[in-house]
Design a protein around this ligand. Structure first.
Ligand code: ATP
Length: 347
């Protein structure tokens, strides 16, 4: 294959093209390289992440898409070093560097500053993210007391301001989560996530539980905040509308690897990987453009029994002999667009 350098990690399969390696060495706020995470369960060893490379620059928004089980949430939790060590084994050679510092080398104190301070996460279900027995003011205030060392009075005042910022009357700091609608609870979650002006906001399917009008309002809110505060964003979603509206870059994940990456505009307009083409419904269709990910024929790769070669090959209509035995590297197809596919990775 063209432009391949020598293996860059202990694993022979992590052969990177020069262009991909150069990209991964460029300046970024968050850099994930060769991330490998396995879960040991009673029944099997689940190879959830198998060499994830990702980067997010300051102020940039990256969309991360892929079918269920691709490893998106495991990647997000790894960034915050939140995986339980007793069940999740992060392999040697895995690296996550945030703002110049490895999250795996951070002390407990540094990790507390990272979580909810420098990096915040908004979850899919606003009900489970909020504690029902505390008022929303107390919950947002708690973030401010811990991270900004504010006293109770200032924290409550600031919590009211943050509620106003997400379009909820500040006087409602005294209300409990059950007194808010689903959309409002998600706004409260976002207010809490933004309390400390994070450098990176991770949103894991933040609008799935909401109806379409509220979804649009939340997205508008996130876009406004991103522009105003230059916050970087990692947006995990199945919704392509969100990607095209909110994200500059797009990474597509399959079986615990990134298999396509580029500007969201390029990848959505001309997906190169057969998997991405299938996901986007870009394969010939009579139904016109799709706004959500479409179903691809075949079974999603089983993380406890991954096939040799390209993990997508058993489902790929364009599979050739090489695909069955070798892992394709991320190849540059121009304009910062990369694809890991032997058939489509050439200029
Ligand atoms: N705590 C765990 N114990 C065992 N296996 C796990 C655990 N967490 C995740 N996995 C497995 O790791 C793989 C990746 O899961 P992950 O939740 O990261 O995928 P995902 O892309 O976020 O999926 P979804 O879109 O459904 O949220 C899956 O095979 C999943 O079953």
């Amino acid at each position: 294959m063209e432009n391949q350098t020598a293996p860059v990690s202990a694993q022979d399969e992590f052969v990177k093209t020069r262009e991909w390696q150069e990209l991964m060495e460029s300046d970024a706020l968050l850099k994930v390289t060769d991330l490998q995470v396995h879960f040991q369960t009673e029944r099997a060893l689940i190879k959830a992440l198998n060499g994830v490379d990702l980067l997010i620059r300051k102020g940039e928004s990256l969309g991360l898409v892929g079918e269920t089980g691709a490893g998106k949430t495991t990647t997000a939790l790894s960034i915050l070093n939140l995986l339980r060590r007793d069940i999740a084994d992060t392999k040697d050679g895995s690296s996550i560097v945030f703002d110049g510092k490895s999250v795996f080398d951070m002390s407990e104190k540094e990790l507390r500053t990272l979580r909810g301070g420098k990096v915040s996460m908004v979850f899919q279900n606003p009900l489970t993210a909020l504690n029902p027995v505390f008022t929303v003011g107390e919950q947002i205030g708690m973030v401010l007391r811990v991270h900004q060392k504010m006293n109770d009075k200032d924290a409550l005042k600031r919590a009211g301001e943050l509620l106003e910022m997400v379009g909820i009357a500040g006087s409602r700091i005294k209300d409990y989560p059950s007194q808010f609608s689903g959309g409002m609870r998600q706004r409260v979650g976002i207010a809490a996530a933004l309390a400390c002006n994070p450098q990176l906001l991770i949103a894991d399917e933040p609008t799935t539980a909401l109806d379409v009008t509220i979804q649009a309002q939340i997205l508008e809110l996130m876009r406004g905040l991103q522009t105003k505060y230059d916050t970087s964003l990692l947006m995990i979603t199945h919704n392509l509308g969100i990607i095209s509206e909110l994200c500059q870059q797009l990474a597509v994940m399959y079986a615990g690897r990134i298999i396509e990456y580029g500007s969201a505009k390029d990848v959505l307009a001309s997906p190169r990987h057969p998997y991405t083409q299938g996901l986007l419904g870009a394969l010939p269709s009579l139904e016109g453009p799709r706004h959500r990910l479409t179903a691809i024929p075949g079974v999603i790769a089983d993380a406890s029994n991954l096939p040799d070669g390209c993990a997508f090959h058993p489902r790929c209509a364009q599979c050739c002999e090489e695909c069955k035995t070798r892992q394709p590297s991320m190849m540059h197809v121009g304009n910062g667009h990369f694809v890991a596919c032997f058939n489509h990775g050439k200029e």
